[in-house]
Design a protein around this ligand. Structure first.
Ligand code: ASP
Length: 322
């Protein structure tokens, strides 16, 4: 009995460092806090495949949409900190701490950043049969239609909600927000003409724009996009303050071992150099973050700067946030 105990102790002493070295030994799950078929999901599915190659393990994507991304974030905040359940989230990680007074998790301290993934532009789009021929027309129509405008979004804390809030604030005109579990399902409604407008990432809109299935009025970044060269920037159409880039990052639960975070960060960096990822991102109007930004340190610095950047804006625009 004593000999057996000693043997077990000796084996577990050996196993501890070996385990950290061999992580991952089983499937890694990336939780996407929005519905399948949307832009965050698209990014997750691309990088999961490429990260799996580097990690030598299967990486699966699990969609846990709802409540502006807070349901999925909560799931990861409460997961075992062992590197097998991680989160892909976006700019919402920087707006949710201001937008929500109470949450079932700590929106900052519950997470350990792994690295930034991709900065995605947004597009202002409308149903295909929308009467506005230009951004100027669209603004006149919004001003005339007000609360009767149905503006799709993915809930309080979503990127689409941030962009929609900015648009209402800059026009000082309230519209009616229609929330979905993600902008994948919202796009289905826009394609069916059941909602009027949406501001959403190019990772969800580029193909629909190119196919002529939705109308597009502007991109929310300072330069035109190679993927959508005919679409003017919001600065060109006279609304430079409608400027928003949806950065994405990977997070582990707080207290995940540093060696595991470092391994995930290396896998992310490898994924961002993958030809298929680079090519698909370019088709969808975005690009991978450079390796030096796909690190825990750069990610944390950007995240904190974004919380500070958006807090006063959201406080000023508060009446339009829903
Ligand atoms: N892009 C969406 C948003 O935050 C969410 C999603 O990926 O469906 O508005």
């Amino acid at each position: 009995m004593i000999r057996r105990t000693l043997l077990v102790a000796a084996l577990s002493a050996l196993a501890a460092p070996a385990q950290a070295q061999t992580y991952p030994t089983r499937i890694v799950t990336i939780v996407v806090p929005f519905a399948a078929g949307g832009p965050t999901d698209a990014v997750a599915r691309l990088i999961s495949e490429a990260m799996a190659k580097d990690l030598g393990q299967t990486v699966v994507v699990e969609n846990a949409g709802g409540a502006g991304g807070t349901i999925g974030a909560d799931r990861v905040a409460k997961a075992r900190p062992d590197g097998y359940t991680i989160l892909l989230h976006h700019i919402g990680m920087a707006t949710i701490p201001t937008l929500y007074r109470r949450l079932p998790y700590d929106p900052v301290n519950a997470f350990a950043p792994i690295g930034l993934v991709t900065p995605v532009p947004m597009t202002v789009i409308a149903r295909k049969d929308h009467p506005a021929a230009s951004f100027t027309d669209l603004i006149a129509w919004i001003r005339a239609t007000k609360e009767n405008v149905n503006l799709g979004n993915a809930g309080l804390g979503a990127a689409s909600q941030l962009c929609g809030t900015l648009l209402q604030y800059l026009l000082q005109t309230p519209m009616t927000a229609v929330p979905f579990r993600g902008t994948g399902p919202a796009m289905t409604e826009l394609l069916g003409g059941r909602i009027d407008l949406m501001c959403d990432q190019t990772t969800n809109t580029t193909e629909q724009i190119r196919a002529g299935a939705v109308k597009v009025y502007a991109v929310t970044v300072p330069e035109r996009l190679a993927a959508l060269p005919d679409v003017p920037t919001t600065a060109e159409v006279g609304m430079p303050d409608l400027a928003v880039t949806i950065w994405h990052g990977l997070y582990a639960p707080r207290n995940t071992p540093e060696a595991v975070i470092a391994r995930l960060s290396r896998a992310l960096q490898a994924a961002l150099k993958d030809e298929k990822v680079i090519g698909r991102f370019a088709e969808l109007g975005t690009m991978p973050e450079p390796a030096e930004r796909a690190t825990p340190e750069a990610h944390r610095a950007h995240w904190m700067a974004e919380i500070a950047k958006w807090r006063p804006v959201l406080q000023a625009a508060n009446q339009y946030a829903d």
